[in-house]
Structures are given as C-alpha cells and as structure tokens.
Design a protein around this ligand. Sequence first.
Ligand SMILES: Cc1cc2nc3c(=O)[nH]c(=O)nc-3n(C[C@H](O)[C@H](O)[C@H](O)COP(=O)(O)OP(=O)(O)OC[C@H]3O[C@@H](n4cnc5c(N)ncnc54)[C@H](O)[C@@H]3O)c2cc1C
Length: 477
Amino acid sequence: MRDIAAEHDSDAAAERDDGDGDGDGDNRAPEHGDSAAPGREVPAPALDEYRARARAWIEANLERGQVSGLRRGDTDPAAIAAGRALQRRLYEAGYAGITWPREYGGQGLGPEYERAFGQEARGYRLPDLGIAGGTTFGVCAMTMLAHASADFLRRHIPRILAGEELFVQFFSEPEAGSDLAGVRTRAVRSGDGWVLNGSKIWSSGAYYADWGMCLARTDWDVPKHRGLTWFAVPVTAPGVTVERIRQITGDAEFCQEFFDDVVLGDGDVIGQVNDGWTVAQTMLMFERGGGLSHGTRTTRTTRASTGVAPDLVELARAAGRLADPLTRDLIVRAHVDDVARRALLGRLGARMRTDPAQALHLASYAKLVSGVHDPIRADIAMRIGGADAVNWETMGADGAHGDAVNRDERPGDSPGPKAAVGFLNSRFMSIAGGTNEMQRNSIGERVLGLPREPSFDSGKPFREVLRDARGWSSARE
Ligand SMILES: Cc1cc2nc3c(=O)[nH]c(=O)nc-3n(C[C@H](O)[C@H](O)[C@H](O)COP(=O)(O)OP(=O)(O)OC[C@H]3O[C@@H](n4cnc5c(N)ncnc54)[C@H](O)[C@@H]3O)c2cc1C
C-alpha cells in the first residue's frame, strides 16, 4: 500500500499557502495539541515517553467502560454529539490522526505510536460516531489523503479529526451498484462551478452526517469509466434531500438522497475531473479492508476480537445450553472459523504492505471472508439461541422497554435479540462495497489472471450505452 502520509508530507512542503489568502497556513484548529508550525519537521518523541504521556492523559480524561455506546442505526443526536465532543478532546490533545500528516492536523507519527495509544486506551471509552464515523475515518478521509488537493485537505481533514465533519459515501444509485461505473447522477459545468442532479441510495448514516463523497458523471461522451468525478457534497446544501429507509431490523440507517440543482464549487472536487474511477479504486480498497495495515483510527467502531467466541458463550449461557455437547461443538466451530479468519486477515495485511500494487485486489479476499463467514456465524448463533433468538422485547429510542407495534422500536441488547439482529444483518458484508460475486470476479481476473468477463459497454461512449439499452428494452416490449 502507498505510504500516504509520506506522500503528503512532501506535497505540503512544496505548497505552503492555506488557501484563505493570508498565507499563514492557519487552517488547523487553534488549540490543537502540538505547538509546532504545520509542515515543520518535528522529531518524534521516544516511544516510552509518548506512551507514558498518553497513559497519563487517558487516565485523566477518558472514562473507563465499554468501547461502544452506539448501536447500528442509533438515532440519538445526544450520543452523536457526545461522540463528536470526545473526538474534539482527543484532537486538541494531539491523539487524533496520530499517523496522519501534520500539515492537515495529524501528528505525522509512525503506526507504533498509534498502537501504543490504542494499547493504553484499552478498557476506556473512545469516541463512537457510529457507522458514519467508521466511514469518515476508515474510508473517506483515507481516500481524500490519497487524492484530494492540498487545499481541500487543509480545509477538511482538521475538521474531520476534530469531529466536526462526518463524511459518508454517495456512490450507489438505484440503477448502479455492482456496475458502479454506470452511475447517472450528473454534475454539469456552470460558470466557475458545477450543478449536481440525480439520486444516490443505501448511503449508511447520511441522516446524521455533514458531507457525502459523491460520484457523478461529468462527461457522457467517453467510455463509462472515464467520465466520472468525485465531489464533496454538504448534506444540508440547498437542493439536497435525505430520506431514511426503514430496515427489517427496525433500524433506519440507510438513506436515499435526491439532488436537485445542487451548486458545488471547483474546491469541492476530490481528485481530478473525469478521473473519478482512479479515486473509486482507492475508496473500494479501503472499504474492502485494504486499509488493514494502515493504523488510522482513534475512533472505535469494531468489536473486540479475542477470546473463545465470547458472544456465543454468553448466548449459550443465557439460553441455558452451555453444557449441551451440540452447542459446545457449534461454539468451537465458530471459534475455529474466527481464528482462521483473523489469521487470514493478518496475512493479507502483511501481503498488502509488501505488495501495494495488489492491495485493491487482495482486499477482495478480506471482503469475501466477511461476506462468506458472517452468515455462517449468524446461523450458528441462531441455532445456539433457539427460541431465545427469535423472541425479543423491544426498546424505545430512549432505551426503555416498549411496545412492539411501534415502528421506531428496536430489539433490546440481551444475547438472544442480539443474535436475531445479527442474523438479519448478516448479509451486510456479502453486499456492501461490492457483492461476494464481484469480489470473486476481481480475484479471478486480477489475482489469478483468468480471462476477463466479456463486456459490451466498456469501450463505447456512455451516452451510446444508454441509447442502445433503451433500444433493447423497447425491442423487447
Ligand atoms: C450494509 C450496506 C451498506 C452500504 N452502504 C453504502 C454506502 O454507504 N454508500 C453507498 O453508496 N452504497 C452503499 N451500499 C450499497 C452497496 O454498495 C450496493 O448494494 C452493492 O454495490 C450492490 O449493488 P446493488 O445493490 O445495486 O446490487 P446489484 O448490482 O443490482 O446486484 C444484484 C445481484 O447481481 C449480482 N451481479 C451483478 N453484477 C454481476 C456480475 N458482473 N457478475 C456476477 N454477479 C453479478 C450481484 O452479485 C447481486 O447478487 C451499502 C450496502 C449494504 C448492504
């Protein structure tokens, strides 16, 4: 994988102006933890010293407790606000973006410092910004750091690190998912800027995000992969409508957006105009787990991954089946799968570090592992939970137990309902960011060198593809 931090260190050294006209490079938050001027070489502290300082700060500033307070689809604005406030405190103390470039508000330190901070923070509450937090830090910001202009990064990255800007992904459309290069949301040149029209769908967490990273068609007269551009779109801009989509679990984490003459500037472009496919490849790499080796987050979104299937042990105990030999067999089966999965992900991370050119395609394995393994594990949980996993009391938005007919209510947090919700959500990874079939295609073609699938539309101008497709549908009628 590319050393993004190093790349941007040199970019920024060449380009010192912060774009606000005063030439002072002052776009970082004023109270930010380190006091050196942006871009100036600062010797890294000794690791032991850093660890000791981090430990003292953590003890004085963070609460002990569970990592995650937010459930998927949590709608509570107070929880999000608390997550943002905590993220700001980390940023001000210099513990957000530990490995991110100093020019953009990070600390420019090596992954060993981030690891040290993570180890010291174990058992303390870190900011939880839900699904949009994971997308912001793990996917969008990483993609921006690889492709956006220095001016864009100086405007957005410090705000991201301070918890002020949550970004989600606007790429799927009602008629473009696996065929991502077929998007039809259009951005048209208008004066000094752009006007955006169209619709995106399945955007996770857009209802509480600040910005969306949006893929739009900017040239219809070239083949479909070549006329695309990414834009940063403010979710509250005039002309943007966000509608939530209710899921089978009762959550409403997905959204559909409608863009009606949304005005954007050149400064909102991420990467080069009409080279959006290159940016998309990077984004998909991070989305599929290609960022495994790049420690980035001081925001926690993932479950602890140690112990013998602790969630299943808890479930079996709650269901009174811990001594049952068949249940124990299932728990061991899940545990062995967990170990194999962790080992494979570790190995993939190492391969990606040594073979960065293959990272996108290797990431398909990581994605496929989850897409295949999650449903198997969820099925095991249902078999262990039995009736306990299909019958739950519901909880109101305030966390109080409530009435099952209220559509805003979601299952509670005890082991049985958690297994049921896990089962309903278990196909997520087999679809999100590219389905299992698309990962297999990618592995077959790009890693194993098998022949490419025949394509009828990738060589001709996208306008003609649409015209021909209209011809086929009317011929069938
Ligand atoms: C949990 C979750 C979170 C998501 N979050 C976001 C988000 O934040 N932002 C966003 O923009 N989108 C998001 N998505 C949308 C996701 O990226 C798309 O659902 C996905 O790319 C598949 O597209 P589709 O739903 O249009 O299915 P389709 O592309 O219509 O696919 C339908 C079926 O056809 C198969 N298929 C299609 N083409 C081929 C082919 N060439 N070869 C073999 N099989 C093929 C697929 O594998 C699938 O089984 C999310 C989806 C999920 C489930």
